[in-house]
Write a protein that binds this ligand. Structure first.
Ligand code: TYD
Length: 207
């Protein structure tokens, strides 16, 4: 694989989407071959699955929820991620498999080793070169009630946050935790500090 995969993770409201898009535009401005994708909605099928996952009026069982996220991921990997990595592109992913371990594993209480195995199958063993975990206090968390997840009680998000921190501890080389600052540009400067060495290491690009 010639490409590079950088995933962004964090609880709802951590600023993942803002920062991952910022990174995308920054790299695009430097004329790097960069692609921006989001999970679960990054493929056409994924967008349909996302609507069910976020806005279903009927209750969704936790295993059904897990399998829907995994179906969206498998489609994205086969349809877009693998071909893009083969072309040597830099992929910026707004969420990837750590979200499933954090939300369905720690949050919903599904067996974590099962999730790790299923993640490996649906991703064909692809691992991000770098994962940026945006860490923000639970007070700022998005619980607007807009979708199924934003309706969850704070205790759910406490488990998800703890999950993310444990994932970071057990994947110290891949996962870099960045504390979110009040100023978005300051946070982005911190992100650049971990992204640049990663790109230099994998692509030998200069900045
Ligand atoms: P999110 O990135 O917040 O989408 P948007 O910014 O469009 O609202 O993702 C939607 C929700 O899905 C979010 O609450 C986290 C949840 N999620 C999981 O529970 N498991 C997963 O594997 C993924 C990818 C997301």
């Amino acid at each position: 694989m010639k490409g590079i995969l950088i995933s962004f993770e964090g609880i709802d409201g951590s600023g993942k989407s803002t920062q991952s898009k910022k990174l995308y535009h920054w790299l695009k401005g430097k004329k790097y071959p960069v692609v921006y994708l989001e999970e679960p909605g990054g493929s056409n099928l994924g967008a349909k699955i996302k609507k069910i996952l976020l806005y279903s009026q009927e209750p969704i069982e936790k295993f059904s929820e897990l399998l829907l996220f995994l179906a969206a991921r498998n489609q994205l990997v086969k349809e877009i991620i693998l071909p893009s990595l083969k072309k040597g592109e830099i992929l910026i992913l707004d969420r990837f498999y750590d979200s499933t371990l954090a939300y369905q594993g720690y949050g919903r209480g599904i067996d974590k080793s099962l999730i790790i195995k299923l993640n490996r199958i649906v991703t064909e063993g692809i691992t991000p070169n770098l994962t940026i975990l945006l860490d923000k206090g639970l007070k700022s968390i998005l619980r607007s009630g807009k979708d199924r997840f934003e309706n969850e009680p704070i205790s759910f998000y406490q488990r998800v946050k703890k999950g993310y921190l444990e994932i970071a501890l057990s994947n110290k080389t891949r996962v870099k935790t960045i504390s979110v600052r009040a100023d978005k540009n300051e946070t982005f400067q911190e992100i650049k500090k971990v992204v640049i060495p990663c790109l230099q290491k994998w692509h030998r690009v200069s900045f």
